[in-house]
Design a binder for this molecule. Structure first.
Ligand SMILES: N[C@@H](CCC(=O)N[C@@H](CS)C(=O)NCC(=O)O)C(=O)O
Length: 156
């Protein structure tokens, strides 16, 4: 099985948890899951590549992906102003999105002036399962070693 969003849908269906059964609410959860799969993950991924890993510093590329990341954060913030979680109830959409958003600083994307996004991040960070999830797999490498591995990955 591959692709994190597909894996999350499979696990949610198998467990009967974290994905609403009602078709409309289920669709909302899947829409936000796809927002992460097609937007937040790839754009923050590229922000990381050009801001942190790529051997050549290309200001226009760094700016492009950081700006797009910020725009996506603003979409999340507006939505979260009226919803406690992305699909109202806590779901795999939040689980897919939070690990990306929480590393905003690594991507060089500001969360200043986005109070609803920040409040959602705090709600997520309070959950024991989220706290546990970010320790798996355990990080053995030092940050320098991680950067070296990422540099090799993006230039091969
Ligand atoms: N499609 C994959 C994720 C791919 C992805 O998000 N890769 C990230 C983290 S490894 C990235 O930074 N990609 C940038 C790149 O490889 O250029 C999934 O969700 O299962």
């Amino acid at each position: 099985m591959f692709e994190s969003g597909a894996i999350l849908i499979y696990l949610a269906e198998k467990a009967g948890k974290l994905l609403p059964a009602d078709p409309k609410r289920r669709s909302q959860a899947i829409q936000w899951l796809m927002f992460q799969m097609g937007g937040v993950g790839p754009m923050m991924g590229q922000a990381n590549v050009f801001y942190r890993y790529f051997p050549e510093k290309i200001p226009a590329a760094i700016e492009r992906y950081q700006k797009e990341g910020r725009r996506l954060f603003e979409v999340l913030d507006s939505h979260l102003a009226h919803h406690e979680y992305l699909a109202d109830e806590y779901s795999i959409a939040d689980i897919a999105t939070w690990p990306w958003v929480r590393i905003y600083d690594w991507s060089g994307i500001s969360i200043e002036g986005l109070p609803h996004l920040q409040a959602w991040m705090a709600r997520m960070a309070e959950k024991p399962a989220c706290q546990k999830g970010i320790t798996i797999p355990p990080r053995k490498e030092q940050p320098d070693e991680l950067i070296k591995q990422a540099q090799q990955m993006v230039t091969r």
